[in-house]
Design a protein around this ligand. Structure first.
Ligand code: CP
Ligand code: NVA
Length: 349
């Protein structure tokens, strides 16, 4: 997301909201009746998107496959065991060949350099489906979820989704309600999900408060922090080691697994390092979070990082957040692969 301007990010979120509304007839029946809002564009008609996944996935994969279907296209799931990439063939050669037959590539890789190599040599757009450093599509879904729930953070706003009168006037709620500036706390490991938060939320006016263990392996690596500073996001970030201090005043509390894919060998060491970092009601109460704080998690989730009371409780937005993976990935596919309409993605504001 560091490659996108705030305006481009906003465009993706607004478009995701539109695609969600026109794709879910039970959510917005009236929208179906108007000619303009009848169905999503078929911008992927006769097009194929290669899903190059070298790691497991439930949400990202299913979101991508179902989104491509709704846009009239086809997603080809190509797992690590399926193709020559990384075993018999270089990323350079694979990117050229796959890009010769498909109109877009959605890639989940190990080391971030792998996707940079694909992007360098692919003749078609490459979208990051998760790498060691970044997980951009996750934060797009988180943003849509927060915007849809703007009324939870601002008593002056009406709920967008549950009021039938608002449904009848669909066009009147574009763009989405403006989210008031939030304090967003992240308690846990400095991994791909947090890194995209770092380069996104401060540019949208939100404050980030982060707690992770002091050891530098649990802090953002230099290449990530350089982007944070380049985008002047560091001015709106507080980073310490005490989870209670981090959740002070938090409207939203976020965490992720302590053991990301590929770190399984470090399990014992990581469980030890993150003692005291579990998100619980008690932690947020004692830390002085906003009494109405809400909870986000990219999933998959382990109880180590958040207990059942929070995860399955009324504060949790995790399942709407998971659903929104689909609409945000669909918006990206429509704009980047279908219509080539996101503008130059290196543009800066
Ligand atoms: N949140 C997320 O990326 O989930 P998956 O690994 O299941 O795709
Ligand atoms: N940080 C996690 C995110 C999973 C969606 C991982 O990389 O495994």
């Amino acid at each position: 997301l560091a490659d996108l301007t705030p305006r481009q990010i906003d465009k993706v979120i607004t478009h995701a909201r539109y695609l969600k509304q026109v794709s879910l007839p039970w959510l917005l029946p009236q929208a179906r009746e108007t000619a303009k809002l009848r169905m999503p564009s078929q911008s992927l008609f006769s097009k194929s998107v290669a899903l190059l996944f070298s790691k497991r996935s439930t949400r990202t994969r299913i979101a991508a496959e179902t989104a491509a279907t709704l846009l009239g296209g086809r997603a080809l799931f190509l797992g690590r065991e399926d193709i020559q990439l990384g075993v018999n063939e270089s990323a350079r050669d694979s990117a050229r060949v796959i890009g010769g037959m498909c109109q877009g590539i959605f890639a989940r890789v190990g080391a971030h350099e792998e996707i940079e190599e694909l992007a360098k040599y692919s003749p078609v757009p490459v979208v990051n489906a998760l790498s060691s450093l970044w997980h951009p599509t996750q934060i797009l879904a988180d943003l849509l979820t927060l915007q849809e729930n703007a009324h939870l953070f601002d008593k002056n706003l009406q709920p967008l989704v549950s009021d039938p009168k608002l449904f009848a006037r669909a066009k009147q709620f574009y763009p989405l309600s403006k989210l008031r500036p939030l304090t967003i706390a992240y308690v846990g490991d400095s991994a791909n999900v947090l890194h995209d938060m770092l380069v996104t939320y401060p540019r949208l006016g939100h404050q980030l408060r982060i707690a992770s263990p002091e050891d530098e392996k649990y802090r953002a690596p230099k290449e990530v922090w350089d982007r944070v500073v380049q985008l002047e996001c560091d001015k709106n970030i507080w980073w310490g080691k005490d989870p209670k201090e981090a959740v002070q005043g938090a409207d939203v509390v976020v965490t992720d697994t302590w053991i990301s894919m590929g770190q399984e060998a470090e399990k014992a060491e990581r469980l030890q390092a993150f003692q005291g970092y579990q998100v619980t009601e008690a932690l947020c109460r004692e830390g002085g979070a906003n009494p109405d704080w809400k909870f986000l998690h990219c999933l998959p989730r382990k109880p180590d990082e958040v207990d059942d009371e929070v995860f399955y409780g009324p504060r949790s937005l995790v399942f709407p957040e998971a659903d929104n993976r689909k609409w945000t990935i669909m918006a990206l596919f429509d704009l980047i692969i279908g219509k080539w309409d996101l503008g130059p993605y290196t543009e800066r504001e």
